[in-house]
Design a protein around this ligand. Sequence first.
Ligand code: CUA
Length: 158
Amino acid sequence: MHMHRYEKWWLTLGTGALVLFLFILGVSAFHQGHKPPSAKAFINPERVDATAPFDQPGLKEVTGKDWDYELVIVASAFHYEPGEFTIPKGSKVKIMATTKDVIHGFEVAGTNINMMLEPGYVSEYVTTLDQTGEFLIVCNEYCGAGHHTMKSMLKVVE
Ligand code: CUA
């Protein structure tokens, strides 16, 4: 088949642009491992319920560590476990959170606590809670039909 010179040129350019585009897409999506900034450790997302400390979500008082409490959170569509928790004011808390299914957010409204929870990763955040009150925890990553109903509550008490 005879091809006009310009036709060939455009075909080459088009194919080249497509290859370059796919390459950039592939590199940005997979090359860096696509790791959320707050993630410090790995977990098998299918075995969250059987993996410590996520087999027992909730607040635990700890000793001999740089923090007073550990708060273990398990997110799944469309709720958090625990659904509500109370922490004494002035406590230094290490929050450890993960998800069993899709990407969820963990934003404590009115504070700096804002994490992305990705399957396979443990997101951590250490903070001192010096303000009493009730803080709504919301999911700020779109995760499906029940996204807007996904919440928990942090109560900081005297
Ligand atoms: Cu979970 Cu949006």
